[in-house]
Design a protein around this ligand. Structure first.
Ligand code: NZQ
Ligand code: ZN
Length: 381
């Protein structure tokens, strides 16, 4: 096991009716900016609950943080935040609203620096405090310090790191209005987050392995239940909790991580506007196919423990585990091939060139360069 420090300072406030707790959680006397997406919160009653809880408080609203939040929109919000002298942010929405808000928080604390410079630096050195009412189980953004920001002008999308939310309120009832494709993207994203931290090499931490495997099995069990009844409180509560736990540092203590699928997926989103979860459903099975030798030991463990595959030789079991993973994504309604998404060789070359030009080498083996990304995308055709 590698050395590590674990310190997740985000207060998780979970359950029915918990949005009302905002009144006590947002610091007294704060000058608040509340950030929103395109309006889903107006239709499902979340906006009214937030407005009620913040009654009498000093706040301004910023609307219009879009899916795959852009630096262009963030700049507008930063201007409004400065005008009002905001010192606390509250994101109300999905991962995109929260990620955009993370960049607003950093930009407000770093005057004179363009937000895109903060993204490119990879790590913001300051941020004002912020919190969230999370309405979409998927990204884990509610309990981590990461955010992924797009730049429309150049069709780029990169992650950066900042401070953690002060608190996040998760009321499973607010997920009842999610359309089926957002649920599919959410389940795919959570499954992929666990795999990125688990599907490396075996034997680094038995505890991390068991937690990750338990969460993967939980998602496989939950997915058909969510489809059958997306208004089942306990089912949605488990989904919301596993989403938060999958990317809050808990299952990565002392182990190496991959993340190459995510980095390739971000390129597909940047170039084609394809949703984040949808991009992962296409790339992950291909990553496993291309890197099967490097990941051999972990793939065998995954086959046995998550999919209960015990028959046949080692290669046959690995084939079966990868096929089951792809079939799981398809069972959610995802496309799992580039051709189905209308993406061809031209895009593959653009991504390979971008990676090679930037000199990146992702993955636990630090070997997913542009050339390996090309192989992965070819295997996703
Ligand atoms: O904009 P509104 O009108 O609010 O509608 C949203 C949006 O259209 C809607 N929605 C959200 N909650 C809803 C709802 N509709 C009905 N009922 C509800 N309760 O869903 C649409 C998608 O929302 P979005 O926030 O874009 O989805 P998600 O939460 O999946 O976030 C995706 C973004 O997060 C990044 C992705 O790259 C992508 O940009 N990620 C962030 C991570 C992080 N911060 O740690 C990690 C992830 O790997 C991911 O990269
Ligand atoms: Zn993700």
């Amino acid at each position: 096991m590698k050395n590590f420090e674990y310190h997740n300072p985000t207060r998780l406030v979970f359950g029915k009716g918990q949005i009302a707790k905002l009144a006590g959680l947002v610091p007294a006397g704060a000058k608040i900016m509340v950030t929103f997406g395109g309006g889903s919160v107006r239709r499902n009653g979340v906006y009214d609950q937030v407005a009620q809880a913040l009654e009498g408080r000093d706040y301004v609203e910023f609307w219009g943080i879009e899916p795959n939040p852009s630096v262009e929109t963030v700049r507008e919000a930063v201007a409004l935040g400065r005008e009002y002298g905001v010192d606390f942010l509250l994101a109300v929405g999905g991962g995109s609203v929260l990620d955009g808000t993370k960049l607003i928080a950093s930009a407000l604390a770093m005057p004179g620096i363009d937000p895109w410079e903060i993204v490119l630096s990879g790590q913001a050195r300051a941020a004002i405090p912020y919190a969230s009412v999370m309405t979409l189980p998927a990204t884990g953004s509610e309990m981590n310090n990461g955010a992924v920001i797009s730049r429309r002008e150049t069709r780029e999308k990169y992650p950066f790191y900042s401070r953690y939310p002060e608190f996040s309120i998760l009321d499973p009832e607010v997920t009842y209005t999610l359309p089926p494709e957002q649920i599919a993207n959410g389940v795919t994203d959570v499954y992929a987050h666990i795999l990125e931290q688990y599907m490396t090499v075996p034997g680094q931490s038995r505890l991390m392995d068991r937690w990750a495997e338990g969460m993967l099995m939980e998602l496989v069990e939950l997915a058909p239940k969510i489809r059958a009844n997306p208004h089942d409180y306990d089912v949605m509560a488990d989904f919301m909790l596993v989403a938060a736990m999958a990317l809050n540092d808990m299952i990565r203590m002392g182990v190496t991580e991959d993340w190459s699928t995510h980095m390739i997926g971000h390129e597909l989103t940047a170039l084609h506007g394809i949703a984040h979860g949808a991009s992962l459903a296409i790339v992950f099975p291909a990553t496993l196919r291309v890197l099967r030798d490097q990941k051999r030991g972990k793939l065998l463990q995954y086959a046995e423990r998550v999919w209960h595959i015990t028959e046949g030789g080692e290669d046959a079991r690995i084939d079966e585990a990868i096929a089951r993973t792809e079939a799981f994504f398809r069972s959610l309604g995802q496309k799992t091939r580039l051709a189905e998404a209308g993406i061809g060789d031209e895009t593959i070359e653009v991504i390979a060139e971008r990676f090679n030009k930037a000199g990146v080498a992702y993955g636990e083996g630090r070997n997913v360069t542009g050339d390996v990304a090309r192989q992965i995308l070819q295997a996703a055709k």
